[in-house]
Design a protein around this ligand. Structure first.
Ligand SMILES: *[C@@H]1O[C@H](CO)[C@@H](O)[C@H](O)[C@H]1NC(C)=O
Ligand SMILES: *[C@@H]1O[C@H](CO)[C@@H](O)[C@H](O)[C@H]1NC(C)=O
Ligand SMILES: *[C@@H]1O[C@H](CO)[C@@H](O)[C@H](O)[C@H]1NC(C)=O
Ligand SMILES: *[C@@H]1O[C@H](CO)[C@@H](O)[C@H](O)[C@H]1NC(C)=O
Ligand SMILES: *[C@@H]1O[C@H](CO)[C@@H](O)[C@H](O)[C@H]1NC(C)=O
Ligand SMILES: *[C@@H]1O[C@H](CO)[C@@H](O)[C@H](O)[C@H]1NC(C)=O
Ligand SMILES: *[C@@H]1O[C@H](CO)[C@@H](O)[C@H](O)[C@H]1NC(C)=O
Ligand SMILES: *[C@@H]1O[C@H](CO)[C@@H](O)[C@H](O)[C@H]1NC(C)=O
Length: 491
């Protein structure tokens, strides 16, 4: 081609690249990658799964170095986190913050080529259930981390923010336009917002329509979703058809009336769980997440912010080690099960037109289950303490009214508890020795949606199948099951 045509062609290419860059940096969806699982998938497997699904951003609650290493040159944008229990030490002196930045931020960016864009200081530190424990330390920690990021020369690339729960907001009338920050923390919130604004950092907020429904049986269920306009909220002429938009815009109003109307907002967590409660199932989760994603991919925001949102779905993979203090649903927020299998069809945008793609090359333990033996009696006095022990140490959150295994009979319930304990203990023989009650079976007891799982192999236990080999990591499980015997024998 001629020289001028070549120049024009190159310009077109550059323009297209810039456009692609713009679309990907604005339009990409993020996910929260939590790590409180007893058997996490290998980080490289998860990174591959993120890429296979066209997910472009990932948010963490800490800065685990082996996971960050797996993200090296992955093309994924990263938000690392600082847990609440580190806030007081980071608040007390700037050196602690500099140490944190050197170890957990600078090294990953420079040596490992990880594209870290944000540091999240704390996680929902002003949640009312924390009784004000972090009120004095959150802002000073934010200030020290920001100063450390500036000193490390990273302040252009890395923004420092605080993920807050939507309960930092309040409205006397429930209307978004009457929204402001909760009275007890309003002046602190204004200091934080000013500091974020001065540093060009976004406001990060988490929204949970599922929890609105969970806490209030009278909550109009269709208002939790994006596809049914039968229940609405009329805010002085602006009609809201779902609680996400209304809560989001309550924040926009609160920022605006305090002089920060153009501050950028990140939705740090949004999602729906699939088990552990009568409203937590794949059908509702698909309805909510697909409703959210369809609007998100189309660049459609809320009435007060009609443009492209910036959001991280909660969450990527189920975490069977999470506290169930908030409710049994807490271990079931994943788009994927513990083993990286998708739970339902979900279209995240143009990149995964066939729905979610499973993790590749996942290694499972053998097809063996621990169940209640045919000869055992439901009247056996050991049943209750055995089930109690198994459920306390493993995961029985799929048992109970309206859950995936809620229709099992008594024998099925007991088997479910035994199997959960057995799988979490890597199918050790000693973890299926509930006195005269349990037996190892080769046939899958799963029925319908109720899955009796086979655990995945973790890296440190990848030799579990080799009979006779002594493996580090098994010893604690053996101790736990000896303890089980003592407890059951004594009771
Ligand atoms: C970091 O992640 C790896 C891989 O998931 C896990 O094995 C390890 O325990 C984690 N480390 C910490 C300190 O949480
Ligand atoms: C980050 O750095 C601090 C040192 O300030 C260290 O104690 C901590 O374990 C590091 N890792 C994580 C995941 O926060
Ligand atoms: C908050 O206070 C309640 C009631 O006083 C108490 O039960 C709970 O353990 C406290 N939580 C924390 C995180 O301190
Ligand atoms: C925070 O500071 C106030 C005022 O100095 C003090 O009364 C309060 O006990 C502190 N709260 C915590 C959790 O340390
Ligand atoms: C919307 O919700 C209302 C009230 O729950 C219900 O009667 C109606 O059938 C729903 N419409 C659609 C299209 O789902
Ligand atoms: C927000 O508004 C302020 C003052 O009006 C301005 O200085 C700032 O550049 C604006 N920021 C954005 C992101 O538009
Ligand atoms: C099974 O266990 C669940 C949860 O503990 C309980 O609610 C249910 O009543 C049990 N079902 C039977 C038949 O025992
Ligand atoms: C198991 O059953 C046998 C025979 O029925 C009985 O002698 C033994 O005490 C039982 N063991 C336990 C731990 O209940």
């Amino acid at each position: 081609m001629g020289f001028f045509k070549f120049i024009a062609f190159s310009r077109l290419c550059v323009a297209l690249l810039l456009l692609a860059e713009l679309v990907s940096s604005v339009g990409g969806i993020g996910v929260n990658w939590g790590t409180q699982a007893t058997h996490p998938l290998p980080p490289a497997t998860v990174v591959r799964m993120l890429q296979d699904n066209g997910i472009q951003k990932v948010k963490f609650f800490d800065a685990n170095s082996s996971i960050l290493s797996a993200l090296s040159k992955s093309g994924l944008q990263v938000m690392v986190g600082i847990p609440n229990d580190m806030l007081s030490s980071l608040a007390s002196n700037v050196e602690a913050a500099e140490d944190w930045v050197a170890k957990n931020l600078s090294s990953h960016i420079s040596a490992n080529g990880v594209d870290i864009r944000y540091v999240a200081v704390g996680n929902e530190p002003f949640l009312s259930t924390y009784n004000g424990s972090y009120l004095n330390t959150t802002l000073p920690a934010l200030q020290n981390v920001q100063a450390a990021v500036v000193k490390a020369g990273l302040s252009t690339q890395v923004k420092v923010t605080i993920p807050l729960n939507a309960d930092v907001l309040g409205s006397s009338t429930n209307l978004p336009s009457d929204g402001d920050f909760r009275p007890d923390i309003r002046s602190l919130m204004l200091e934080i917002v000013k500091f974020l604004s001065d540093n060009g950092a976004p406001f990060t907020i988490n929204f949970y329509p599922f929890i609105s429904l969970y806490k209030d049986p009278n909550f109009p269920i269709d208002f939790a979703f994006f596809d049914n306009s039968s229940s609405t909220l009329n805010d002085k002429g602006t009609v809201y058809t779902n609680v996400f938009d209304a809560s989001h815009d309550m924040l926009v109003w609160a920022l605006q009336k305090n002089g920060f109307g153009n501050m950028s907002i990140i939705v740090g967590e949004v999602g729906w769980p699939t088990d552990g409660d009568k409203n937590a199932n794949a059908k509702n989760a698909q309805r909510f997440n697909q409703g959210f994603m369809t609007r998100y991919s189309a660049g459609k925001g809320t009435p007060m912010r009609p443009g492209q949102l910036d959001a991280y779905l909660f969450s990527l993979i189920d975490e069977d080690g999470k506290s169930i203090q908030p409710g049994n649903f807490e271990r079931h927020w994943g788009l994927f099960y513990y083993d990286g299998q998708p739970k339902y069809e979900l279209h995240l945008g143009s990149t995964n037109s066939n729905g979610l793609v499973a993790a590749r090359d996942v290694k499972y333990l053998p097809k063996k289950w621990c169940v209640m033996s045919q000869s055992a009696s439901l009247q056996d006095s050991q049943v209750a303490p055995s089930v109690g022990y198994a459920c306390a140490h493993a995961d029985c959150t799929s048992l109970g009214y309206g859950t995936s295994c809620g229709n099992l009979d008594a024998q099925g319930n007991i088997s479910y508890a035994f199997n959960s304990y057995y799988q979490q203990n890597n199918q050790l023989d000693s973890a299926c020795q509930f006195p005269n009650l349990s037996v190892i079976s080769g046939s899958d007891p799963s029925v319908g949606d109720c899955k009796f799982i086979i655990m995945i192999q973790t890296q440190s236990l990848s030799l579990v199948g080799n009979a006779g080999s002594r493996i580090r990591g098994i010893v604690p499980a053996v101790l736990v099951s000896s303890l089980l015997y003592m407890i059951l024998w004594m009771s």
